[in-house]
Write a protein that binds this ligand. Structure first.
Ligand SMILES: Nc1ncnc2c1ncn2[C@@H]1O[C@H](COP(=O)(O)OP(=O)(O)OP(=O)(O)O)[C@@H](O)[C@H]1O
Ligand SMILES: [Mg+2]
Length: 269
């Protein structure tokens, strides 16, 4: 195949107590493209993303960044790696007690201590303007709409001009117009910074709009991966059912045991 992947996961497992969440994940994230990870609620998508950025350590298996085992990096190398990642957490995770300016400036103050005030201001303003945010520097997160919070979160995630951006459900809770805007923003950011994007999504329209590659997580493993076209045509019932549950929200893990919304007609997964 072409270039080696920028991130690779091999045989990764993770359990919390007796709950085995990830049971042997194998995944390659190609550089400079957008990979969307889909899967039911509670299937372990956020847990997987946290392993990619080194916020969680696997029980077994490994994550490789540019061919290097992340677990073998020393603290300094790991901090340097982190600085090359941007992460948009589920629910944006802005600091409520900080205004927009300080939220967006936060990574600069953590990783670029030498910058003077004027330079910080210039970079924060540039990052906000790139996402169509004007005159919001003094507002607090509670004073913003959901869509604006996502964009502020993205301004913060991109301010260090990362190599890789991880988005955890960037469109959940937004209206269809805002979903389209966030999708456009992800695509534009990818083109502007030539970044590698890894996006977790519940939204199939969004997934097929932005993905170069799609990977589906189910029962702790990646059960299907490929181009959107390949995944759309995959002859795997669970995948077909997941991508065709239209308008009724995602198929949840609990659906399987019958305790949540009824599964779509057809019964067995
Ligand atoms: N730190 C933790 N300690 C214990 N259990 C955890 C922890 N983090 C996640 N889990 C469990 O792991 C499972 C997968 O969680 P995760 O947040 O990855 O799901 P998800 O696929 O992101 O779901 P959603 O789409 O709802 O965000 C859940 O059952 C969750 O309770
Ligand atoms: Mg999640």
């Amino acid at each position: 195949m072409s270039e080696p992947p920028i991130l690779e996961v091999r045989g990764l497992t993770k359990a919390f107590g007796r709950q085995e969440v990830l049971r042997g994940i194998d995944l390659r994230i190609p550089q400079g493209q957008t990979t969307v990870i889909i899967g039911g609620s509670g299937s372990g998508k956020s847990v997987l993303l946290k392993h990619l950025i080194g916020l969680m350590q696997p029980d077994s298996g490994e994550v490789l960044y540019r061919g290097q085992r992340v677990s073998e990096l020393d603290d300094k190398a790991r901090a340097a790696m982190r600085a090359r990642f941007g992460m948009l957490f589920q629910h944006s995770a802005l600091f409520d007690s900080m205004n927009v300016f300080d939220n967006v400036a936060f990574p600069l103050r953590e990783h670029r201590r030498g910058l003077d005030k004027a330079e910080v201001k210039r970079l924060v303003t540039e990052s906000l303007h790139a996402l169509d945010l004007y005159d919001v520097e003094h507002k607090f997160p509670a004073e913003l709409s959901g869509g604006m919070r996502k964009r502020v979160g993205l301004a913060r995630a991109t301010i260090l001009k990362p190599e890789i951006i991880l988005y955890d459900e960037p469109t959940t809770g937004l209206d269809p117009i805002m979903i389209k805007q966030v999708d456009d923003m992800i695509a534009a950011t990818q083109a502007r910074l030539k970044v590698t994007s890894v996006v977790i999504s519940h939204d199939m329209a969004s997934t097929f709009r932005i993905a170069h590659h799609v990977a589906m997580l189910f029962e702790g493993r990646i059960i299907c991966t490929g181009t959107p076209e390949e995944v759309r045509n995959a002859d795997i019932p669970v995948v077909q059912r997941f991508i065709h549950v239209d308008g009724t929200g995602p198929l949840t893990a609990t659906t399987r045991s019958g305790s949540a919304a009824a599964p779509p007609a057809g019964g067995q997964l």
